[in-house]
Design a protein around this ligand. Structure first.
Ligand code: ADP
Ligand code: MG
Length: 239
């Protein structure tokens, strides 16, 4: 079977510091994988390597069977949602959603169709003419997700998309991301240090420590059969 994403013996050093070491990971089409671990363990670095925002020191990355290790980010078939919303402040929500598609020269009616679909899925139709400054944190993060959605990609990458939000919004958006995945059935790689997010969202969780995956398993197994004390302590302790 062809994997959606395959990481082969991936290493990344910043100078003499080894941040990722000989990492391997196979992700099935449509799978929701959570990369879980404490701050500084290398989650964002791994995600940025998959996105093509960082050059790897060694190893390969395959997306839909194609070796993309040295491909430009825009050619990888991925969409990325960051922790900070990174919206264009001077543009309306509609413009924020359509900007990348306009730059790519997509026909106008196709752009409109995609923006309307994303707005419907994320329930942000009433916000299309507003500027980011006039949105709440949760609304901004929906728009940020919408920008990945309109690109119609196979693989979504999320880097702690909810960590700037308060607890109530976090749990609301958690439910929405889960619903989004059930509807789109695309592959999602989701970085968090929040155990609850990991346990509620993931098909499988990869628990990381110092650039190494300690355990990769479904939430039930991780919770009930941690392979070592590190995993047991991390998933057992409150965030
Ligand atoms: P996480 O997302 O799990 O919090 P990161 O992937 O951001 O962790 O960082 C992993 C390690 O790499 C940390 O020790 C961090 O200090 C280091 N690091 C991240 N980015 C850089 C960089 N551009 N230059 C040097 N070190 C970095
Ligand atoms: Mg990070």
């Amino acid at each position: 079977m062809q994997h959606s994403v395959s990481i082969r013996d991936l290493s990344l050093n910043f100078g003499s510091v080894k941040v990722l070491e000989h990492l391997n990971l196979d992700i099935a089409q449509g799978e929701f994988i959570v990369l879980l671990g404490p701050s500084g363990c290398g989650k964002s670095t791994l995600l940025n390597c998959i996105a093509g925002l960082l050059d790897v020191s060694d190893g390969q990355i395959f997306i839909s069977g194609k070796n993309v290790t040295w491909e430009e980010p825009k050619d990888r078939g991925i969409g990325m949602v960051f922790q900070s919303y990174a919206l264009y402040p001077q543009m309306s929500v509609e413009r924020n959603l359509s900007f990348g598609l306009r730059v790519a020269g997509m026909p106008k009616d196709e752009i409109n169709r995609r923006v309307a679909r994303a707005a419907e899925i994320l329930q942000i139709q009433p916000l299309l003419n507003r500027k980011p400054a006039n949105l709440s944190g949760g609304q901004r993060q929906r728009v940020a997700i919408g920008r990945a959605l309109v690109r119609d990609v196979d693989v979504f990458l999320f880097d702690e998309p909810l960590s700037n939000l308060d607890a109530k919004l976090r749990s609301d958006l958690r439910v929405e991301i889960k619903r989004l995945h059930q509807r789109l059935k695309n592959t999602m790689i989701y970085v968090t240090h929040d155990q609850i997010e990991a346990l509620t969202l993931a098909d499988r969780i990869a628990i990381m420590k110092s650039g190494v995956i300690q355990q990769l398993a479904d939430p039930h197994t991780i919770y009930n059969k941690p392979v070592n004390l590190y995993v047991a302590g991390f998933i057992g302790s409150p965030s």
